[in-house]
Design a protein around this ligand. Structure first.
Ligand code: TXA
Ligand code: MG
Length: 341
């Protein structure tokens, strides 16, 4: 690519003091800025500015019934927006800053636009140093969904945001590749009398939450694909995080069927296959980690799916992860990418 190519527009803000200061000023003046977090990039707006928040929904093509996460520096910063229950305080003390989102009773200052009319608000304190620097500089709560068009794969680097939105998101702070690579765990702790409920599995596992709280944590069952009203997390539609190329999920160890004449398929595996393993014809094999390390696989998953999505395959087959630890979150995203909710 040459400088000035359309693909290089817009230029990135750099995650250095000037870039951070500029991003903070832009947010204060009601602009939308794409920012890195440790999980994925977010499309951020001042959470207290309804006009800016509305713009986020429209740029992303996101239905207004799907609420946004509000990002802040920590409990002190976010307690003006959300009522921290005792369980929420315990989880925040153990996991923040980090990839855990807490669903809590909202305070009046939070617009129903942010929460899609709910009495709860989702809040999180991200760990990425550039994001924290912007939060420190602007001193605003930032409403930010993942910076992808609604339903598409989340972005894990600044290039992904630019590839999806071009000039429609003119401000992107380049903080490199996201170290975690899958979206935060969402846990509903809004009811002090009820059990905590994991609404979206993520990097902080249900077992880890149980250990921290010393009590069992429930996991939300997948909703019926058509059920949007009254769902605990309405954004968790059955088909989400999807490449345009059809994606199929394979049980670990299963092989994809050979493709029809003249077609090519991609097969994504969690670890490097043994050199002697036989390959089905017209199948290109990719692996996310040499040894099957799930953290490494998570970090590279969306990058690989985006790359394969533009490589002209008829189908992407992806092996399911072992369903322990981070594998639970990976399988949740893969099932949604395959439209199996
Ligand atoms: O890691 C992440 O969480 C990233 C980064 C940018 O922070 N953000 C992210 O946002 O994944 P988004 O908007 O793509 O997903 C947020 C999810 C949606 O499924 C939404 O429905 C759910 O959070 N959510 C937001 N507010 C909620 C609430 N009050 N109750 C239940 N679910 C909520
Ligand atoms: Mg998202």
């Amino acid at each position: 690519m040459r400088p000035g190519d359309a693909d290089e527009f817009p230029p990135f803000l750099q995650a250095k003091p000037e870039g951070v200061a500029r991003a903070a000023e832009l947010l204060q003046s009601g602009e939308i800025v794409a920012l890195p977090t440790e999980t994925v990039y977010g499309l951020a707006a001042n959470a207290l500015d309804e006009r800016a928040v509305r713009l986020v929904f429209s740029i992303k093509g996101r239905p207004l019934l799907d609420p946004l996460i509000v990002h802040g520096l920590g409990v002190e910063f976010l307690q003006d927006l959300a009522e921290f229950t005792p369980m929420a305080r315990e989880l925040a003390a153990a996991c923040w800053p980090g990839p855990l989102t807490l669903v809590l009773p909202k305070r009046a200052v939070v617009s129903p636009l942010v929460t899609a009319g709910r009495e709860t608000v989702a809040v999180r304190a991200p760990a990425h140093s550039a994001m924290r620097a912007v939060l420190t500089a602007c001193q605003l709560p930032l409403a930010a969904p993942s910076a992808n068009p609604f339903g598409y794969i989340s972005p894990t680097c600044a290039d992904h945001v630019r590839a999806s939105f071009g000039g429609r998101v003119p401000w992107i702070l380049d903080g490199g590749s996201c170290p975690v690579g899958v979206e935060s765990t969402i846990v509903d702790v809004s009811n002090p009398a009820g059990p905590p409920q994991v609404l979206r599995p993520g990097p902080i596992t249900a077992e880890a939450l149980t250990r921290i709280l010393g009590r069992p944590v429930e996991s939300r069952k997948a909703p019926a694909p058509s059920a949007t009203a009254g769902m605990a997390a309405p954004g968790l539609f059955a088909r989400h995080y999807s490449p345009r190329t059809p994606l199929g999920l394979l049980e670990p160890g299963a092989q994809p069927a050979p493709p029809s004449e003249g077609r090519r398929v991609a097969w994504v595996r969690f670890h490097r296959p043994a050199p002697e393993s036989a390959l089905p014809a017209h199948t290109a094999v990719f692996w996310l980690s040499e040894s099957g390390d799930l953290a490494q696989a998570a970090q590279g998953l969306y990058e690989l799916l985006r790359r394969l999505d533009t490589a002209g395959f008829e189908k992407i087959w992806c092996e399911a992860a072992p369903s322990t630890g981070l594998g639970v979150a990976l399988n949740d995203r893969l099932r949604r990418a395959a439209g199996q909710g």
